[in-house]
Write a protein that binds this ligand. Structure first.
Ligand SMILES: [Zn+2]
Length: 302
């Protein structure tokens, strides 16, 4: 049976139903105009990207990871997963646009282990240069590389230094700290460089589902100290001579409490780095002055 209503009531009902139907739409519109911008480059629309660059004052993060064995108990992408966790949380606190997953760094020393992606040195530098150049072309005048992988510790300063070889209209900054030197819950281990107590603890925060603490003691992460050379002599094989299983420390000592402390320290440190980079109005100016002088060194005085 069709319900009958007097003409006036029908009009009222129709008006009411239109208002009700319009309400969620109006709410959705309001939400999208005031919605917060994602910090993730790949999640922004083209026009939101423009707003993001403006809001970040041209400051973009490039979290830098790697694919390599992490002991017997952590995933190959540990460094990338951890550094992105820290960088994304930091950028939420101090807005910056964060470049997508990047893991094309230096890891020749783990070529003997399964799952390692070890690009040639020319490609590492060329790809990084094109990546930061392209970031700059899109408005990132300040590129802050947040390093998550110890094997990049020489590559990245070298890359930054090599920016002086020809003019670039942007500055490359590097933040390369991951673990506080002191504070927080007392640590149980002394050797702790790779997949050990600290790194395993941090993974318990960023991706606890990928940590296998029960396997952490399946291999030895002890320092085998097989190379007998003075400390001030460097060789590329040094890491393998000490840690042939690509494991340094003991992941079974990890705790969530240590992870919480270290991850919070890391995020806070990246926030501070973003703020310092945003406030820096000296580097680009002096970099340009340097390029200008470099074009005619004989005129440089005194
Ligand atoms: Zn690592």
């Amino acid at each position: 049976m069709t319900r009958k209503c007097p003409p006036l009531s029908c009009v009222t009902l129709l008006a009411l139903s239109l208002v009700l139907a319009a309400k969620p739409f109006a709410r959705a519109q309001a939400a999208s105009s005031t919605s917060k911008l994602s910090v993730r480059w790949e999640e922004l629309t083209a026009s939101d990207f423009r707003d993001g660059i403006r809001r970040s004052q041209g400051t973009c993060l490039l979290p830098f990871g790697i694919l390599e064995k992490h002991g017997p108990h952590l995933p190959l992408g540990t460094d990338l997963l951890d550094v992105r966790y820290a960088a994304l949380h930091a950028a939420e606190e101090e807005y910056a646009v964060v470049f997508p997953e990047y893991y094309f760094g230096q890891i020749a020393e783990a070529r003997h282990e399964p799952g390692t992606m070890s690009y040639s040195r020319n490609l590492q530098l060329a790809l990084l240069q094109e990546t930061t150049d392209e970031m700059e072309r899109n408005g990132c005048k300040k590129v802050l590389i947040v390093n998550g992988h110890g094997g990049n510790e020489h590559l990245l300063p070298y890359f930054a230094q090599s920016q002086l070889d020809k003019p670039h209209d942007y500055v490359v900054y590097i933040f390369d700290k991951r673990t506080p030197q002191h504070g927080g819950p007392a640590k149980k281990t002394t050797v702790d460089m790779h997949a050990g107590e600290s790194e395993t603890s941090k993974m318990m925060i960023s991706r606890p589902d990928l940590v296998h603490p029960d396997r952490a003691a399946n291999e030895s992460g002890a320092d085998q100290a097989r190379q007998k050379l003075p400390e001030d002599i460097y060789t590329g094989i040094w890491w393998y001579t000490r840690f042939p299983f690509h494991y340094s420390g003991d992941g079974s000592a990890a705790t969530k409490e240590l992870g919480e402390y270290q991850m919070k320290w890391w995020i806070d440190s990246v926030v501070k780095a973003i703020r310092a980079v945003k406030a820096d109005d000296v580097s680009l100016k002096l970099q340009n002055e340097f390029y200008e002088k470099s074009a005619h060194p004989l005129d440089t005085q005194p």
